[in-house]
Design a protein around this ligand. Structure first.
Ligand code: ADP
Length: 713
């Protein structure tokens, strides 16, 4: 763990390696094993405990007699020294047979050691990846010389195939090969693909791939060519096509050529379609003069282009011929080797199945990974692979097959582009943290702030040069939010502590001062006034301290309630009288006070009423009335305390019962800790009651509370 930390490899990254559907070892620069993929451990018959944190050659001792074994060592040492990826020739390395303990089975491996460098260019860790090629090696060993000849011919055939594909790719026309009577898209060249970038054509029949063509006469022409084999050429054919998802079809104009494709027995098995888009040319007919000129030039271009297409198609046909000659040769050879070939085919099928299964696992991993993964291909950063977690970063936006700036033009000129280019140039991985993205919530569509960590890692081709970038993204929104909340909570707490100490100090200083004055005076009237002022401050101090204690009790769930039966109206009367005794500035009056018996904690309810009265007095300094009413209605006691003071703005109303909350404008002018209403609301809740406020800034507030009369002894 410690070693991983120092190397800067996150546990998530190691987990990725552990679950990768291939055989991987991750080594430190000192060749200590950091982790291994499950498949590796399985193939080597080892457990994670047996390998982790151990020197690789303690786990797999070097056998000087075996070439593969010491080659592995020298390769790893070379990688450490040169910091460059290195492939090993296929090597034999027998492993323990899980079925037959003690015996070893013959295995062949293709191994690659890839160093991953940090920003300083030092090795961060080494990926040792191994692919088992036993099946292929054994199959290949069984091939005799004539099979090698067959390979040579096959090679020639694939080269021809490649030439063919290259030719298609370079043509200025849109080329598609449609196979079978349903015209299933078998091949399209890049510019054809560009046109329909947002939809997948390959493998789909024409009617499904381009439904807007369903009743178009061009499809009849296509069928005719398929039936008769006679090449079709059409000029300025108008075809409505949907260019962008969910948009209405737009008219396009094409020059079209359909040519039949024949199989080895001479039967038609498909159509080669070559289309030249002349839409822009047609749309350019606005001004008549211009139109004529344009048409003239355009037609010539067209002629030229058509000739080019024709020449290309001719070349295509010649290549096709070459291809079928090569195939024939192959067929001839095959006859002698039929037995071996079919055997080899079976073996290859087997090997293929294994590869397919591996690929499927990889795809599953890729699709289900909570880590967003995408592969950007080539220097234009074309989205080659995008997994769903990555797609979620850009919901509803087509990425695959598009260059980065084409798919996300808003990134133009942004730092991320420079960063990607740097990684592409230098091969040094880049880690970006807490990248902010404003993104629509997938459930309710509201925009929200989200945060992601990114890793850009260069991808290397077989020759070891960089040909793309692997992007991994992890969402860290929850972490960032939690940190933010923590910080806010901390600031609130700090603020509260400074207010609390200030609030406690004020009455204490006052008490001290009045006590000194008392000692110095002989005047009885003055003495009385000092005593009563001192008592007032003691009362305030006492209230602050007991509020603080109450909050602590509420927070720890230790608030005690003593329930008893008492006369509620008498309790109210008494509380108001007590309060009036220490209040000179205001007159506290009852509008109604219905007589009623109640079962609850009398002292705590007195505290609620005192708090409401105290606030009403405190927040109406220039007024002289506070009006109370207590009514019994529908099995409830409804109490309200009305003042005519500063009032509360609507946006503050919902917060005032929160712990430590004080309305900003009141904060500076009135003392208090913002605890009274929090405590009152807790006490009312305990009695099954609740409180609410009606208020208008500048006019005053009415604080109501209700208590159900259903609480029984
Ligand atoms: P404190 O009065 O100690 O600040 P409270 O919890 O009793 O704490 O009240 C919370 C906040 O609600 C007060 O800071 C004040 O802004 C507002 N408030 C409470 N009662 C009134 C009232 N009667 N008139 C205006 N504002 C009030």
């Amino acid at each position: 763990m410690d070693l991983n930390r120092r190397r800067g490899i996150s546990p998530e990254m190691l987990r990725v390696f552990e679950t990768l559907p291939g055989m991987y070892l991750v080594l430190s620069r000192e060749l200590v094993i950091l982790t291994a993929s499950d498949l590796y451990l399985q193939a080597m018959g080892k457990t994670m405990e047996a390998v982790r944190s151990r020197y690789i050659f303690d786990v797999f001792p070097v056998d000087e007699k075996k070439e593969g074994s010491f080659r592995l060592r020298s390769s790893l040492l070379e990688v450490v020294q040169n910091k460059k990826p290195l492939q090993l020739p296929i090597a034999r390395f027998d492993v323990v047979d899980p079925e037959n303990k003690g015996a070893k089975t013959e295995r062949y491996w293709h191994t690659q050691n890839t160093p991953v460098l940090n920003v300083a260019g030092d090795i961060q860790y080494i990926i040792h990846s191994t692919t088992e090629v036993t099946q292929q090696v054994i199959a290949e060993r069984k091939l005799n010389i004539s099979q090698q000849k067959q390979m040579a011919t096959a090679l020639q055939a694939t080269q021809l195939n490649k030439r063919l594909e290259k030719l298609f790719a370079d043509l200025p026309a849109r080329i598609a090969i449609l196979s079978g009577p349903r015209f299933i898209y078998e091949y399209i060249n890049p510019i054809y693909h560009q046109h329909f970038g947002y939809r997948d054509l390959i493998g789909k029949p024409l009617a499904e791939a381009l439904p807007e063509l369903r009743d178009h006469p061009i499809v009849d022409e296509l069928r005719k060519v398929y039936q008769t084999g006679i090449t079709y050429e059409g000029k300025k054919i108008r075809i409505p096509l949907v260019n962008f998802e969910e948009q209405a079809p737009a008219d396009h104009y094409f020059d079209i050529m359909f040519q039949a494709r024949f199989d080895e027995s001479g039967k038609i098995n498909g159509i080669i379609s070559a289309i030249y888009d002349i839409t822009e040319l047609i749309y350019a007919r606005k001004d008549i003069e211009k139109q004529e000129q344009l048409l003239l030039a355009g037609n010539q271009d067209l002629l030229h282009a058509n000739e080019e297409i024709k020449a290309s198609i001719e070349e295509l046909m010649t290549t096709n011929e070459e291809l079928s000659i090569a195939r024939e040769k192959l067929l001839g050879l095959n006859t002698d080797l039929e037995l071996q070939v079919s055997k080899r085919t079976r073996e290859l099928e087997m090997a293929k199945k294994v590869t397919v299964a591996q690929r499927e696992r990889l795809i599953r991993f890729f699709m289900q990974s909570p880590i967003g993964i995408c592969v950007l291909d080539g220097p234009q950063f074309v989205f080659e692979l995008v997994n769903p977690a990555y797609q979620l970063l850009f919901p509803g936006r087509p990425l695959r097959g598009y260059a980065l700036l084409q798919a996300l033009p808003e990134l133009k000129g942004k730092a991320i582009i420079d960063t990607l280019r740097r990684v592409y140039r230098s091969g040094k991985p880049f880690e970006g943290s807490r990248h902010h993205i404003l993104q629509a919530n997938t459930e309710n569509g509201e925009m929200e702030d989200r945060y992601f960590n990114f890793i850009y890692q260069a991808r290397h081709n077989d020759e070891g040069s960089i040909d793309g970038i692997l992007v991994l993204s992890f969402e860290v929104t929850a972490m960032v939010r939690a940190e933010k909340r923590l910080k806010e909570e901390q600031t609130k707490k700090d603020e509260f502590l400074s207010i609390a100490s200030h609030e406690l100090k004020t009455p204490l200083t006052n008490i001290k001062a009045f006590n000194q004055l008392m000692q110095q005076t002989n005047d009885l009237d003055k003495l009385h006034s000092f005593v009563s002022k001192s008592a007032e401050n003691i009362w305030r101090l006492n209230k602050l301290i007991s509020d603080l204690l109450d909050v602590t009790k509420i927070n720890s769930g230790e608030m005690q309630y003593t329930m008893e039966s008492f006369s509620f109206d008498e309790m109210l009367q008494q509380t108001v009288e007590n309060m009036q005794m220490i209040t000179k500035s205001h007159k506290l009056v009852f509008k109604v006070n219905d007589p009623v018996h109640y079962y609850g904690d009398k002292i705590r309810l007195e505290q609620v009423v005192s708090n409401f009265l105290n606030n009403a007095i405190k927040y109406s300094p220039t007024k002289e009335w506070v009006v109370l009413s207590s009514k019994v209605e529908k099995e409830q006691i409804l109490v309200s305390v009305q003042d005519f003071g500063i009032g509360i703005a609507a946006q503050d109303l919902e917060h005032i019962a929160n712990r430590y909350y004080r309305v900003d404008s009141a904060r500076m002018r009135f003392e208090g800790l913002g605890l009274g209403l929090f405590i009152s609301s807790e006490i009312l809740k305990k009695h099954g009651g609740t409180f609410w406020v009606e208020s208008e800034p500048g006019k005053g507030s009415v604080f109501h509370f209700s208590l159900p009369l259903t609480l029984k002894k």
